[in-house]
Design a protein around this ligand. Structure first.
Ligand code: UDP
Length: 192
């Protein structure tokens, strides 16, 4: 995978559809994978927080989730093929997971939103296995992570906003052989 460095962040240079295939393959092969969907706010935050920069660089993939990043790359004469948004990846993985009987665990958002997410996902993606859900307002990881370990989902979606979601993933990703991705406000969007 070729990479393009913008403000010290190594973005993968890919298209939405090529990257979807990469992730599907890795899920099928049960490879532990951490994806950061970096929007301009995340890039700016990383500039002022070296620990967070180090953390997101430990991900397998950082994708350019923002047209500003794609434009910046072009101006720097190191173009990135296409913007890849966290929300679009989320929807396409749910749809693919539904077609292939994969399982997913959802962590994040307010209790009412995560409840509604369960309903929306079971209606729109009936063959996707919901391994579990938890709202995004908790003091310690233990109970949630034990549940994730026990259910061993193919995909874990964490939507607690940055930097929390990436910190949570980095601490806990070793408990499954699947995909972990931070996706900001996506649960609100899918249920809204
Ligand atoms: N959120 C959460 N736990 C928190 C803070 C936020 O689950 O401690 C959720 C919030 O309910 C929303 C999502 O994180 O669903 C995204 O929040 P925000 O828009 O602040 O994040 P950003 O888009 O800035 O990453």
């Amino acid at each position: 995978q070729s990479k393009v460095s913008i403000l010290g962040i190594p973005f993968i240079n890919t298209t939405q559809s090529a990257f979807e295939q990469t992730l599907q393959q890795r899920i099928d092969q049960q490879q532990n994978t951490f994806v950061v969907t970096a929007n301009p706010e995340i890039v700016m935050y990383a500039r002022n927080h070296p620990e967070y920069t180090k953390l997101i660089k430990s991900a397998n993939f950082i994708v350019a989730d923002g047209i500003g990043i794609v434009i910046g790359a072009k101006l720097l004469k190191t173009p990135i093929e296409e913007r890849v948004t966290g929300y679009d990846l989320f929807e396409s993985l749910l749809s693919w997971g539904n077609q292939h009987q994969k399982s997913a665990y959802f962590v994040g958002a307010k209790p009412a939103v995560i409840q509604k997410l369960r309903e929306v996902v079971s209606r729109q993606f009936p063959d996707l296995v919901i391994a579990g859900t938890h709202d995004g307002y908790f003091d310690n990881d233990t109970q949630i992570v034990n549940d994730i370990r026990r259910t061993n989902p193919d995909m874990v979606f964490v939507a607690t906003g940055y930097p929390k979601q990436e910190e949570f993933i980095e601490r806990n990703r070793a408990v499954t052989n699947g995909l972990w991705m931070g996706i900001g406000g996506s649960f609100d969007v899918l249920t809204g």
